[in-house]
Unconditional design. Structure first.
Length: 582
């Protein structure tokens, strides 16, 4: 029998200055506090879970702590914690300390002076936790036991009042299902989708959630809820799940929104060289022009791997954007017997990023899935996605009609003599084999005809690339065999009678290649390159990648130079001016 789950709000009010370390320093400070995407202090969920686990060990023993908080390589954690965020923007306090030479000698030791950033007392943080109702009494007891978080707890820093309050569940109703479901998702905490099976000290992340990861997440949720027969609809391919692609904002009309990886032929002008004493970072920044490389005469730069193009509806301008990524430092012990933890870094998609994903299947299968997934679709339950199982919620959903009139349902000329060309753009990676069962890394005209099963389609030109595909099987807890795919964003110029069959595939959701139920092989057809606005330029105002620290310092330096260069004017009566080194 499925358990009854509840959701609670965790509130932390600081009674003393606190340092929630980020593992990084800068600007003359040895240790900075962790911050969210809005540059506000944050208490990461992993820190809260660790302190609560220690409290559980003291009160109930190791067995109870492992049952509730999970075991490495085995049982997963029962509760899902979010990080604690604040709406305040408090001014940081800087604490300085040094070790003394001895008990009776107050002189500081050499090289022990440290400056640390602290969040001031009175700051209020809030987060949430989702857990089975039967475990709520244990969590309430553990929350009462915790009276401090962060560094320096033994010396009085980080004292706080931690409280727990039960929240009402969402009452959103799920409409009658169709064969096509579109979901708007939001990651409540930073999300890491591991991009490689052999990471080093930095674990890189994809900037989207692959369909295979979305499928595994939904199937895992159903299996944990003892609904294996419904989970088999996903794992056996009766229902296909697309990649969850990021959005620059929450869309007003979920049915009309379009997003895809930047086509490889949507390229940009290379930055112009700068002459003179002013460095490149001090030059005025011009808007990035996204140009169709097939119609350009100059040499262009290929789009970045994490670039996407988006428009809110059919008549809106295309926007080129990159989802915000951050690197977070962590400590861990790959071998439980090693005495000291190892330092490593994890690349993560910033919290509060919106994604759009689609599910397709036969009507009966979709009805069964919607019925059993209703708590997730109604916003009453979270799903765990990516490394460490970051909580992700369904914000909105819309059931689409198969024959809905959308931008991908283009009109294809019926006259065979009309040799009109179209752009076929891969919106996800494509897995296809050759006659020797090897993975193809590119498509020529013969391979495209073989893939479609027709000779009535012709390939004129293309811009394509390949990419390695990795995966992880959560049931066997082993990495899947890697594959090679034709990269998402590859563009092909096609013509002929076979284009009508391609357009029909788009409308019906019959995709290309292998493992299409895991999100592979999706594409779209357009008369012009998607992402180009008014024929030439794409708007890049939604580029949400934050400037690195060095860039921010460079910009501030340039502003200072502009403010003080008037010192050298004749009206000032002096020839003093900032030097170029300054």
């Amino acid at each position: 029998m499925a358990e009854n789950w509840v959701r609670c709000k965790i509130t932390a009010e600081l009674l003393a200055d606190a340092h929630f370390g980020s593992g990084s320093g800068g600007s003359g400070i040895d240790a900075l506090v962790a911050r969210d995407r809005h540059n506000r202090p944050v208490i990461w969920a992993s820190h809260i879970e660790g302190v609560l686990r220690d409290a559980a060990r003291r009160l109930q023993g190791d067995q109870t702590a492992d049952d509730f908080f999970g075991r490495a390589g085995g049982q997963r954690q029962r509760a899902i914690f979010t990080s604690l965020y604040t709406a305040d923007t408090p001014e940081s306090h800087i604490w300085r300390s040094a070790a003394r030479q001895s008990f009776d000698n107050r002189a500081p030791k050499d090289d022990t002076l440290r400056a640390m950033e602290f969040v001031p007392k009175g700051t209020r943080f809030e987060g949430q936790v989702e857990l089975p109702e039967s475990d709520l009494p244990l969590l309430e007891r553990l929350v009462k036991e915790v009276d401090a978080l962060g560094s320096g707890r033994a010396s009085g820093a980080g004292r706080l009042k931690l409280s727990l309050k039960k929240l009402p569940l969402s009452e959103r109703k799920v409409a009658a299902p169709t064969e096509h479901l579109r979901l708007l998702l939001r990651n409540i905490d930073p999300l890491c989708i591991t991009a490689t099976a052999t990471p080093d000290n930095l674990i890189p992340s994809l900037t989207f959630v692959p369909g295979r990861a979305m499928l595994g997440t939904l199937a895992d949720w159903l299996i944990v809820e003892d609904k294996r027969d419904i989970a088999s609809l996903l794992t056996s391919g009766h229902i296909s799940v697309s990649d969850a692609l990021p959005l620059p904002e929450a869309p007003a009309d979920l049915e009309a929104v379009e997003v895809l990886p930047a086509p490889l032929s949507l390229q940009s002008e290379k930055p112009k060289g700068s002459a003179g004493p002013v460095p490149w970072w001090a030059q005025p920044k011009a808007a990035v022009k996204r140009i169709d490389a097939w119609t350009a005469t100059e040499k262009l730069k290929r789009p970045e791997d994490d670039l996407f193009v988006y428009r809110a509806h059919l008549n809106a301008d295309w926007i080129a954007f990159r989802p915000a990524l951050r690197v977070r430092l962590r400590n861990g012990r790959p071998d439980p017997r090693q005495p000291e933890p190892s330092l490593f870094a994890v690349e993560e998609i910033a919290e509060d990023t919106y994604f759009v994903a689609e599910l397709r299947g036969a009507l009966d299968a979709m009805k069964q899935l919607a019925k059993e997934l209703e708590p997730v679709l109604a916003g009453q339950r979270w799903i765990r996605v990516g490394r460490s199982g970051a909580p992700v919620e369904v914000v909105r959903l819309v059931w689409l009609q198969e024959n809905a009139n959308n931008s991908n349902s283009i009109s294809v000329p019926a006259d065979p003599k009309d040799n009109k060309t179209f752009r076929l753009t891969l919106t996800s990676d494509l897995l296809v084999r050759d006659e020797f069962l090897r993975w193809r890394t590119s498509l020529d005209e013969g391979a495209l005809q073989e893939l479609l099963g027709t000779n009535n389609i012709h390939l004129k030109r293309s811009t394509q690339d390949w990419v390695m595909v990795h995966g992880f099987n959560g049931t066997s807890r082993l990495w899947r065999m890697p594959a090679v795919a034709i990269r998402r964003g590859s563009v092909f110029e096609v013509s002929g009678q076979g284009v009508a069959a391609l357009a029909s595939r788009v409308v019906q959701g019959r995709w290309l290649g292998e493992r299409t139920h895991e999100g592979f092989g999706r594409f779209r057809l357009d008369e012009v390159l998607p992402g180009v606005t008014n024929g030439m330029v794409a708007n890049s105002k939604a580029d949400s990648t934050e400037d690195v620290t060095d860039e921010a310092i460079a910009a501030e330096t340039h502003n200072w130079f502009e403010d003080h260069k008037e010192l050298a004017s004749p009206a000032s009566g002096t020839d003093r001016k900032p030097s170029l080194s300054q």
